[in-house]
Design a protein around this ligand. Sequence first.
Ligand code: MRU
Length: 352
Amino acid sequence: MNPSNQVYSVIWHNDSVSLIDQTRLPNEYTFVEIHRCEDMAQAIKTMIVRGAPAIGVAAAYGMYLGAREIKTENRDEFLRSLEKVAQMLRSTRPTAVNLFWAISRTLKAAYETLGTVEEIKQTLLETAQSIQAEDLQTCQTIGDNGLKLLPKTPEKLTLLTHCNAGALATAGYGTALGVVRSAWREGRLTRVFADETRPRMQGAKLTTWECVQEGIPVTLITDSMAAHCMKQGMIHAVVVGADRIAANGDTANKIGTYSLALVARAHNVPFFVAAPMSTIDFSIPDGGAIPIEERDPVEIYQVGDTVLTPAGVEFYNPAFDVTPANLITAIITENGNFAPAELRQFQVKQLV
Ligand code: MRU
């Protein structure tokens, strides 16, 4: 990858956090400066920053920003206030487990720091920085691990992805788009097809933007075109990201992922989920227990200034769906590639 094209969704400056404003891409590449925890929570809610690992990184910095605002020098009082900061950040978006994982990790680091309040604040900053650095490394490993699974074909590959699971959605490089990037770097990719991803259009606005930045040939299709493309033999494999993977491998990801998995199965096209281990939630036995965010219906009834529907229509706008494990060919992680049922070995390791 050309380092000058590297996209970082979250950047820590000495005093504040810069977020790429993902609501304005691709027309404007601008940054929002975040100084306060409350503003970070709002940025996550309004999807200025989005994508499971990226909101984890953003929330970790949010914990530090919130800690900085706590004025007491008393450790117990400080930790009580920090719990409130954690609660505010947790209430932003319910589905992506990386958010909760990052908040728990920073809280744990705070409790385990036995020094002064100032020292705890420093630990929080360092923990956020570690989460960010580790995620970047993790994504690069995921990208390279994915290469091992891609079909061996005489011709170069065409992959299909859904939503945006790229650098914008992570600390950099991406998960599903990380696999695309690695395949491109290794000369194994002809092009990537991007689903537009109704209703918020992360595929049309963000995935295509990232690909164009890097010179990866990208073809945009509407979500409803995937079956036709597979029937025509145009797609060698599907690679998507994940917001939360249950212990049995059921996977929540952007709405439309489930139908894509069904279509892939019907056409014998491998369906891969690429995600860091921090996206696996072993406390949830199967996908039925994954909380699914419902967003404002305006996302589906209005495009720009145009209202699409007559008065009197009702709406349902779930932001995610759950793909059953039996439709997933393999899960690509930084620890290797696994059939969904093989994930449980990590749960056992965590318990002993
Ligand atoms: O609502 P979003 O844009 O935050 O949803 C993002 C996705 O569904 C991604 O596929 C997922 O978070 C994985 S990002 C590496």
